[in-house]
Design a protein around this ligand. Sequence first.
Ligand code: NAG
Ligand code: NAG
Ligand code: NAG
Ligand code: CU
Length: 418
Amino acid sequence: MRAVAVFLAVALCAQGAVIDARDDPSTTPFDKREAASFTGILQSDVLAGIAAINQQIYQATSAGSQWKKCNPMNIVVRREWSAFSKTEKKNYIQAVKCMSKLPPKTPKAKCPGCKNRFDDFLGTHINQTFAIHNTGNFLAWHRWFTWAYEQTLRNECGYKGYQPYHNWARWAYNPMASPSLDGSDTSMGGNGEKGCTNQSYYGIPTNMDPQIQIPHGSGGGCVKSGPFKDWPVNLGPVFTDSLCTPPNPYSNFSDPAQAGLLGLGHNPRCLKRDISAWTSSQWTNDAMVTKLLNSPDIKTFWYDMQGGNPAFANNFMGVHTAGHFTVGGDPGSDFFTSPGDPWFYFHHAQIDRAWWTWQNLQPKDRTKALYGTIVIADPTAPATKLTDSMNLGYAYPGTITVEDAMSTMGGPFCYTYI
Ligand SMILES: *[C@@H]1O[C@H](CO)[C@@H](O)[C@H](O)[C@H]1NC(C)=O
Ligand SMILES: *[C@@H]1O[C@H](CO)[C@@H](O)[C@H](O)[C@H]1NC(C)=O
Ligand SMILES: *[C@@H]1O[C@H](CO)[C@@H](O)[C@H](O)[C@H]1NC(C)=O
Ligand SMILES: [Cu+2]
C-alpha cells in the first residue's frame, strides 16, 4: 500500500494542489463559469484526478494477479502535450515523421495506397470503420489502436515517451492557442491556409442532410507551416465533409470489384485543416465534458459521447465528433480517414482519457460496462460481447478481446493519465 500512497500524492500534486477560490458554480452564470475555467481548475480534470486514485485502489484491492503485472511501480503516465518539454515534443514529432518514412507492412493488393507505416494504421481504420464506430467496441478498439500506435512510435521509431493527449476543455475557446495546434515548430502544425472557400459549411452528420452546420473557418486549405507542412495524406476520402477533396480511386460502393478497397487507393494530397473554435467552444467545453463524465450509466455515456440519441439532433455534437471537427478539413472531416491527420491520436487519447475517467469514478461497476452492437448505428445487430475478438489488420500483430481492453491496467496495457 505504500506504493499507492506515493502514487496518490503524485496524482494529487499533478492535478494541481492549488484549488483557487472560485465563484460558486451554482450562482455563476453559465458563460462566466466557462471563462473561469481558464484560470482555475477544470471540473473535468478534478474528476480525472479522482479516477486516477480510484483506479489504483480498485486494482490494488480487487484485481490481485493483474496488480502484480501493473502497479504504481511500473505504470506509465500519459500527459497533455502542454506538459511536454520542448525536447519531448521534438522527439515525439520526429517519431511520427519517422513512421511516414518506414515502409508499409500492409500487402499492396490489400491497400494499394498504403505508402508507409503510418498508413498501415490509417488503412486498418478505414477498412474496419463500420465495425468500430457507433458500436459496442468503439471505445475498446480505439483504446487498443491508440496504444498500438504509441508502441509503434516507441518500438520502430525510437520514441522514449508516451502518447500525448489534447485536453479539449482547456483549449475549447481557442484551440489554435493550444501548443498542439499553434503552428509552432513544437506543434502538430497549425491551421490550414485559407482555402476551399466555395464551401460555406461542413454538415454534421453529412453535407446532404445536415443536422448541424459548422461554418467555414479561417482555414480549409493546406497546412503550410510547422513540422507537418509536408505531411503526406495518401488514403481516402470515403465520407468526407470537405467538398474540396479529390475522390479516391476506389470510391464506387456499388462495384463489387472494389469491395474491401474503398478509400484504400493512392490519392496523394496535402494535409488540410479548418480549425473551428465555433465547434470546440460549444461541445468540448468544461461543462460539456463534465456532464459527459457524470453520465449515470454506460448507455448514457456512449450516446452522449457520440452526439446523443438520435445522434446530432437537438443541436448536440458530442465530444467525439466535435473533437474531430475542431481540426476538420481533409482528412479530419472524414470519419473513415481522420487518422490520416496525426493530430487524430491527440484527440483519441483524450477520448480514451474521458472513458477511463468515467470508468474509474466507479471502477467496480463500470470497468466492464459495455453498450452497443457489432454494426455501426444498428441497434438491431447482435450486442457486442466482452469475449468478442478485435484485430488491427496489418498495423499491429495479434488479437485481443474487448474485455482485454476494458482497463488501462489490464490486457496488454499498463498506463494512467495525469
Ligand atoms: C469547390 O472547389 C473545388 C476545387 O477547389 C471543387 O473540387 C469542388 O467541387 C467545389 N465545390 C463546390 C460546392 O462548388
Ligand atoms: C460503379 O460500379 C457499378 C457496378 O460495377 C457500375 O455499374 C457503375 O457505373 C459504377 N459507377 C461509376 C460512377 O463508375
Ligand atoms: C480488411 O478487412 C478484411 C476483413 O476483415 C481483411 O480480410 C483484410 O485483410 C483487411 N484489409 C486491410 C487493408 O486491413
Ligand atoms: Cu475511429
